[in-house]
Design a protein around this ligand. Structure first.
Ligand code: SAM
Ligand code: SF4
Length: 333
């Protein structure tokens, strides 16, 4: 055994948050994530089944995992996702299940997901304009996302958060519309800095719209933003509300203000690899352990080894940085 507390890494960070990718497939093609065409997807036989994911979580929960987030690829293209949520929500110790989705299929599934035990939804939407939406995603679907957001509200999901990746030279004109949306609807809009995890390997620092600049532009239009007390110090977003009390926004400043020191997450990819960091160059294969040969103890050992090997932080801001081979859609963002 590497550590008597298997989910504490060598920098003392306790991990209680597991992000599970259920597929690498997606119904759109955001340029900062996937190639536009000819994507090579995992063979379906490579994907962990719901039973296998459930087994993994049953082993991880007694170690201290209590928060799950399902992601992808687009998790709602995985058939019967609500069945998986139902299975996971019965596992002792799991008290929070979230979903990150592009929202295109949400209108049809929101009620089933909610009934199955899904607590929280983050919807990714980078533009409040169909033309910009298509420029980012290279596909249609803007109206469907709006319908999905409305369905999530009607179903009673609370909170609903919108995640918007902000790209210099492309979505700057969306900042104020998103500010207005936050103020008019009560939805929290979180601006995410563009990270070097794109399939095309075309990330450039110049294209990152930094959180500090976004904040300045919002404040120039809507007045000062006031920091909200952090209820969860491990949350990646710094959260603010406008000084008049109307509207909440957040910033996920992964590039300009890395939050690695408080990281409590690790990831299980759709093909059964454990990743201790988005930017990790190594991963631990647990698929065969989960699938057939492994005992629960061996799975615990694999989790502990992965957590123990976690680096202190990403190196995006250094000359040493190497972009991982797996792009975001295949890791599970
Ligand atoms: N398909 C779902 C969605 O888009 O919400 C879930 C998977 S997606 C990979 C998860 C999140 O990662 C989305 O909010 C997306 O905008 C974000 N993302 C993807 N590539 C990114 C990148 N290169 N930099 C920053 N965020 C990225
Ligand atoms: Fe699909 Fe999400 Fe990647 Fe966009 S960010 S291509 S919606 S997986």
């Amino acid at each position: 055994m590497i550590d008597s507390r298997p989910l504490v890494d060598s920098f003392g960070r306790l991990h209680n948050n597991l992000r599970i990718s259920v597929t690498d497939r997606c119904n759109i093609r955001c340029f900062y994530c996937m190639p536009a065409d000819n994507v090579e997807f995992m063979d379906r036989g490579e994907l962990l089944t719901f039973e296998e994911i459930e087994r993994f979580v049953r082993v991880a929960a007694p170690l201290g995992i209590n928060k799950l987030r399902l992601t992808g690829g687009e998790p709602l293209v995985r058939r019967n996702l609500s069945e998986l949520i139902g299975r996971l929500s019965t596992i002792e110790g799991i008290d929070d299940i979230g979903l990150t989705t592009n929202g295109i299929l949400l209108a049809d599934q929101a009620a089933d997901l909610h009934a199955a035990g899904l607590a929280r939804i983050n919807i990714s939407l980078d533009a409040l304009d169909p033309i910009r939406f298509k420029e980012v995603t290279r596909r249609e679907g803007y109206e469907k996302v709006l319908e999905g957001i409305e369905a999530a509200r009607e179903t009673g999901f609370d909170p609903i958060k919108i995640n918007a990746v902000s790209i210099r030279g492309l979505t700057e004109d969306q900042l104020l519309p998103f500010g207005r949306l936050a103020r008019e609807t009560g939805i929290e809009v979180r601006f995410i800095e563009f990270m070097p995890l794109d399939a095309d390997n075309a990330w450039e620092r110049d294209r990152v719209l930094f959180a500090s600049e976004i904040r300045e532009r919002l404040e120039a239009e809507f007045g000062p933003l006031v920091a909200r007390g952090r209820t969860d110090p491990t949350a990646p977003a710094s959260q603010f509300e406008f000084a008049d009390g109307v509207g909440r926004v957040g910033f996920i400043a992964s590039v300009s203000e890395p939050f690695c020191g408080n990281c409590n997450r690790f990831r299980l990819t759709a093909d059964g690899k454990l990743r201790n960091c988005l930017f990790s160059l190594e991963e631990t294969d647990v698929k065969e352990l989960i699938r057939e040969t492994g005992t629960d103890e061996q799975i615990v050992e694999a989790i502990a080894a992965s957590i123990h090997a976690k680096a202190e932080g990403h190196e995006i801001n250094t000359a040493r940085f190497i972009q991982p081979d797996r792009p975001m859609y295949s890791i599970g963002g």
